[in-house]
Each structure stands twice: as structure tokens, then as C-alpha cells.
Write a protein that binds this ligand. Sequence first.
Ligand SMILES: NC(=O)C1=CN([C@@H]2O[C@H](COP(=O)(O)OP(=O)(O)OC[C@H]3O[C@@H](n4cnc5c(N)ncnc54)[C@H](O)[C@@H]3O)[C@@H](O)[C@H]2O)[C@@H](O)CC1
Ligand SMILES: Nc1ncnc2c1ncn2[C@@H]1O[C@H](COP(=O)(O)OP(=O)(O)O)[C@@H](O)[C@H]1O
Ligand SMILES: [K+]
Length: 513
Amino acid sequence: MSSGPASALPAAPQRLPRRQGPAEGLPLHDSALLRRGEAEAARALPPHALMARAGHAVARLGRALAPHARQAWVLAGAGNNGGDGLVAARLLRAAGLPVSVWLAAEPQAGDACWALAQARAAGLAVSAGGPPQPPEGLGPDDLVIDALLGLGLSARRPPEGPVATALAALEGLPAGILAVDLPSGLAADTGSCAGPAVRARWTLSLLGLKPGLWTAAGRDHAGTIWHDDLGVALPATASTPRLLDAPGCAGCWPDRPHTAHKGSQGDLWALGGAAGMSGAIELAARAGLAAGAGRVHVLRLDPTAAPPGHPALMTRAPEALRGEALARATVVAGCGGGAGVGAWLPALIAGAPRLLLDADALNALATDPALAQGLRTRTAPAMLTPHPLEAARLLGCTTEAVQADRLAAARQLAQRYGAMVVLKGSGSVLAAPDGRSAINASGNAALASGGTGDVLAGWIGGLWAQGLDAWDALRLGVWSHGAAADAWQAARGPGQPLDALRLIEALQNLPRG
Ligand SMILES: NC(=O)C1=CN([C@@H]2O[C@H](COP(=O)(O)OP(=O)(O)OC[C@H]3O[C@@H](n4cnc5c(N)ncnc54)[C@H](O)[C@@H]3O)[C@@H](O)[C@H]2O)[C@@H](O)CC1
Ligand SMILES: Nc1ncnc2c1ncn2[C@@H]1O[C@H](COP(=O)(O)OP(=O)(O)O)[C@@H](O)[C@H]1O
Ligand SMILES: [K+]
């Protein structure tokens, strides 16, 4: 027998210790809190210090983003947003960049007066009030700074006067626009625009991040979002909305120990698929399987439909979901459910330990007060995944009202129905009855195709079935659904739609961890 060194056996893979719970995500601050934070910080600092910091931050970022700029054009309003722009203009000029400044009107008070006086004292030519004319030769490498309106945009009042003229002048410029604090015309708290608003290539959010940058029209107007806290720590509580992004979700993926078996990874039951709509529930079921649920059952409301196209899916009659099966089930109900799905909901609301209602189940909920009452009195967690029209039906208002304040609408739904909510669309908003809320940073318009919402419902259900906490399953499901679309877009370039089946593939390809 050989006495040589024993050859090493392949080491058993070591299980990494379970990561700590997920980070909460960056806080998103509303304008009232930002104003309080700003006032408190200003009291503790020398005069004009915050505006000086803001102007420095803008100038530094502008230089970094447009390193080949031969000139900069700064458009400033009469408030403190304009003041930040004036400080940046002075600093960029001092750094050797030719700068032209257009001012909407002379500031009347406060830090902005100081910034204007400093700019003029430094020899900066500031034209006030005339028509905004882009400087001659402004080219694609040059820098435009939008400092017209920030937090001071009066709610629901469209930009008017010289500011509105300047917004028109900013349209179609060849140079990239860096928005100071917010793209002018975008509402900080909601991401809605009452009128025209700047489409920036970059936005530097000052002090805190604003919810409106991430949802509704925010993403289309803000471009790439940067943040400088100006050295001020703003308070955040359990009810401060959070940004839902990769670091916040990394610790949420379900465990899959070596000893896992189909019985340990959860049973998902997908109810829906009325006549002509069997595809919707199959998409949800396939997504649940892709998420890793141990067993996935399809309960189709149309008994005559052809069997599902995926051999791992088990077809059952809706009556099969009762007793012990129901007591263990994670149920996703409503995808393609038609009007008939409502009849099955009382039993599910009463008996399913984990219940997600989507699509026609939400429409049934909106019209049947008894279902709503059942949901409110239920103690086990439930989830609702409405798109804006379904949310409007649930709230008894218009889609426009929902979209005008998506965060408020999601929170109201969570309170009214005692359920966790995802209000879908650009910057999906999550809300829980206990006051937690979040805005999803992932996802893109490739998802604007039929069936991607069915995939979301099944994907969340499949994750939840594996034993995740409800809020974590919701957060991880929404974020990863968007991240898969982002990965798809990164590989193919913008503008390509992503159909629901390929979305499931993209979700399977998404690295977990
Ligand atoms: N004071 C400071 O030290 C700091 C100020 N900051 C900046 O200050 C901004 C907030 O400043 P303000 O409160 O002065 O507000 P803004 O400068 O955002 O807006 C106020 C100005 O806009 C005009 N305006 C409002 N609605 C309009 C409309 N619909 N059409 C046309 N004009 C309209 C007002 O008449 C006023 O002149 C923040 O966004 C941020 O950029 C931050 O940088 C933090 C530090
Ligand atoms: N422009 C967009 N940006 C980000 N996500 C989007 C966008 N458009 C659609 N989505 C996402 O795609 C899904 C569409 O869901 P839904 O409207 O219910 O579609 P369907 O009912 O056809 O399945 C949601 O998750 C939504 O958030
Ligand atoms: K601005």
C-alpha cells in the first residue's frame, strides 16, 4: 500500500452562516421633513454653509460627469435652488470653465441673494429675466445645469412665467442636463408633474433622497440619480419609506439546504384561468416553480382548458384546495380569474395561511364589501398586487388620483384592506399595514407587456411558499422581478420588450445572493 500522502477528499461544501437580515434600504424623505432638517442644520452652521456645500457638490459632480465640457450653461430660478446653481456656476468658472448664467428673476431674500452677490462679485455675467438663449456653440459634451425649481415648486401649480419659458428652452438641447436637487417641474413627494418638467441626464439630490425621484414620472425625468447629504444626518423611522434595491434584498433569498426536498420548499396553489385566460394562471404557476416552490398546483376555473404546457405543474379542480392542503398552502388567486374567482375567495381568505390576491381577485374585492371585511379581520398575512387601475377600483377613485400620489395610494390600500400592497408600474410602491413602505428601484419599460404582472404574482408566491417572512418575500419578489428585466435590458439595449415567458427565464438566470 502506498505510504505517500493521502490524497485529499473533496471537502464537503461548507454552509455559509445565514446572512444577517436585510438592510432596510436608503430612506426617502418627504419635503416637509427635508425642510425641517434643512432648517435645523442651518441653525447649527455658519450662514450660507448649506448652500455653499450644495453648490460645491453640484460643481464637483458636473465636472466629473462632463469632463470634456468646453462650457456650461446654468439656468437659475429666484429661490434657493437657483442659489445652489449660482454657487456652482461661480465655482465652475473659478475652475476655468466658461459659464453663462440665465436667471429667471432676481432673488428677493435669503441665501440665494448671497449666492447672486458672490457670483457677481466674482465677475460672472448673470442675465436676469430676458429670453433664455443657449450660449453659442453649446455641444453634446457641454454641461447644462438646471437650477430653476427644487423643493419650492408649488404643489399642483404648473411652472409658469420665465421659468416655464426656460423649461421650453431646455427641450432638445444637445448637452446633458444636470438637475440640482430635482428635475425642475417634478414634485418631490410624488413624482408627478403638473406641467412641463426637465428631462435631466443626471439629478443630484441634496440632503435626502426624495420619493418622487423614483416613482411615477420621476424615473423618466431624473435620469441617473446621485445623492449628497451635505453632511447632514436626517432622522428616519420605521415608517420612513425606503428605497428597495440590491443591497436591501441580498439577505432575503430562501435557504435551500442540501437536504431540501419538494415537501420542504412549500406548496404553491395558483387559482384562476377562466375561459380564454388559462395562460395567465399558467404564467403565475410557472413563475412560482421558477422561484423554487416545492410543488405547484394549478387550479383552473375553466375545466375544459388544455393541460398546462409545463409538465411539473399539477392541475387540480378548485375544490381540491381545502382541509390540510389549504392549511399548508401559499395561494396566489386571481390571474385570469374572470368574474367567477370571487366565489372562491371567502374560503381562501378564511383558511389560507399565505394569500396573494391579483387581477380579478382584486376586482372582486373592490365590489364585495364582505370580502373586504373578511380580509381586514384575517390575522394571517395577505398581499394585494394591483396595477394603478385595479388600485383605483379598490380605493373608489380615478387612476389619475392614484398616480398623482402613488405612495399615499399604496399606504391607504394597506390600511383599508389590512394587507401588504404592491402598487405596480414605474417605481412600484410597497406598503404594509404596520406603516412600512418602500419604492422599488429596479425594473424598466421592457416589462410593459401582457402577463408580466401574472409572473410577478406567481414569483412572489413561490418565494413566500419557501418560508420567507411576508414583507421580505414581497420586497425580494418585486425587486428581483425588476432586476431580471434590468439584466435583460442591459444585455440587449433599451427599447426591447420582454415577454412574460422570457421574463421567467430571466428570473431563473438572476444570480441569488
Ligand atoms: N437654503 C439652503 O441653505 C439650502 C437650499 N437648498 C436648495 O433649496 C431648494 C429649495 O429652495 P426654495 O424653497 O427657495 O424653493 P425653489 O428654489 O425650489 O423654488 C422657489 C422659487 O420658485 C418659484 N416657483 C414656485 N412654483 C413655481 C411655479 N409653479 N412656476 C414658476 N415659479 C415657481 C417661487 O416663486 C420661488 O422663486 C432645494 O430644492 C435645494 O435646491 C438645498 O441645497 C439645501 C440647502
Ligand atoms: N414602465 C415600467 N417600469 C417598470 N415596471 C413596469 C413598467 N411597466 C410595467 N411594469 C411592471 O410590469 C408588471 C405589469 O403588471 P400588470 O400591469 O399587472 O400586467 P399583466 O396584468 O398583463 O400581467 C408589473 O410588475 C409592473 O410593475
Ligand atoms: K432643479
